[in-house]
Design a protein around this ligand. Structure first.
Ligand SMILES: Nc1ncnc2c1ncn2[C@@H]1O[C@H](COP(=O)(O)OP(=O)(O)OP(=O)(O)O)[C@@H](O)[C@H]1O
Length: 333
């Protein structure tokens, strides 16, 4: 049987003092590479220092667990009882993070223990976490397979987005001023007034022309949407979309979006977060005659998924790809 190799050992000598890891990172010590010394060392350090969290390397930890499973489980749970007690008493520490293989093996017992002590626990892949606060289903900071990457948005792109947002806000202001003046302005526009902004970029400079263009487009979008929803294919697609879990929450979601600047939505895989939510927003804007005023940016972590989502949404809307739904390569790729 090989001895476990202790790669990293974190201790906090005083749980009301600075963070556990900060203190111990600064302590250069080498633990003898024998199991007996490790067994001796743990209780000793515990008496001296109060609070211990071990982190064993997964690759290097090759102890024969099976032969000592029962006894080592009991010892491990005892140790967790102590660690969780320390966590509860600590003012500075919020959670214990462990990559110890034994903790994965004993996770169920650790989880029950944590629950009894009024704590929360979760296992993220190979990492066991016990926390004072409820834990999410996914922790990007503990995802070793998909490490976090910083995405740098080029300055030019950032300026463009800011410009578009400003333009949008200006238009909102303009429209709120017009409320009451004209209830169905879109219908009153003469088709002869239609200006294609792609052909005449300068027209963007004239906000009243732009306004008319967008209103006309909004009207067209509403007609197209209604025609699709009334067609046999569209009805079939709507049936499918209504069967998705997100549909039951549609009204609540739209209200939340209207009332808040930022909302976070979580739901099971496949419930409709990606394909349905943006459509709910777009459809409601189109129905109120404001479809062309609405810009929705939908990100995906990979180019292939961005393309798949765009294709799927276009199909669900009965539109050729690129009409109202386009895809852009994710900056992270
Ligand atoms: N390309 C596709 N072809 C056929 N059906 C699809 C396609 N993409 C999505 N769907 C259907 O639409 C449903 C909702 O998918 P959507 O991607 O919106 O879910 P999600 O909640 O975003 O899932 P995830 O959390 O995995 O991203 C899926 O359950 C699936 O039935």
């Amino acid at each position: 049987m090989q001895n476990p190799k202790l790669r990293c050992f974190l201790l906090g000598f005083n749980f009301t003092s600075a963070r556990v890891s900060t203190f111990f990172d600064s302590l250069p010590f080498i633990l003898p590479n024998t199991s007996s010394s490790a067994r001796f060392y743990l209780p000793l350090r515990r008496r001296l220092c109060g609070y211990a969290v071990e982190q064993f390397s997964d690759d290097e930890y090759e102890c024969d667990f099976e032969s000592h499973k029962a006894s080592s489980s009991v010892a491990n749970i005892d140790e967790w009882k102590w660690k969780l007690g320390m966590l509860l008493r600590s003012e500075n520490d919020q959670e214990i993070v462990s990559r110890d293989k034994r903790d994965r093996r004993d996770y169920e017992q650790i989880s029950n223990l944590a629950k009894r002590m009024g704590l929360y626990s979760e296992m993220y892949g190979k990492v066991v976490v016990a926390s004072k606060v409820p834990l999410p289903n996914y922790r990007p900071d503990l995802d070793d397979k998909r490490p976090q990457r910083e995405v740098v948005v080029p300055l030019g792109l950032q300026r463009r987005v800011e410009g578009l947002l400003q333009e949008y806000l200006d238009r909102l202001q303009l429209n709120s001023a017009k409320v009451g003046e004209n209830s169905d302005i879109a219908n009153s526009i003469d088709p002869a007034e239609y200006v294609n902004p792609d052909e005449n970029p300068d027209s963007f400079l004239d906000s009243s022309v732009m306004e008319k263009v967008l209103q006309r487009r909004s009207l067209r979008l509403r007609n197209m949407q209604r025609a699709w929803q009334e067609s046999p294919e569209g009805k079939k697609m709507m049936e499918f979309r209504k069967s998705l879990p997100a549909f039951k929450e549609k009204e609540r979601l739209l209200q939340a979006i209207a009332r808040n600047q930022v909302i976070v939505i979580s739901g099971e895989t496949g419930c409709g977060k990606t394909t349905q939510l943006p459509q709910y927003i777009l459809e409601s804007e189109i129905e109120t005659g404001r479809g062309a005023f609405c810009s929705i940016i939908c990100t995906q972590p990979r180019r292939i998924s961005a393309m798949a989502v765009a294709e799927r949404v276009s199909a669900e809307r009965g539109e050729p790809l690129g009409e109202t739904w386009n895809f852009t390569q994710a900056a992270a790729e």
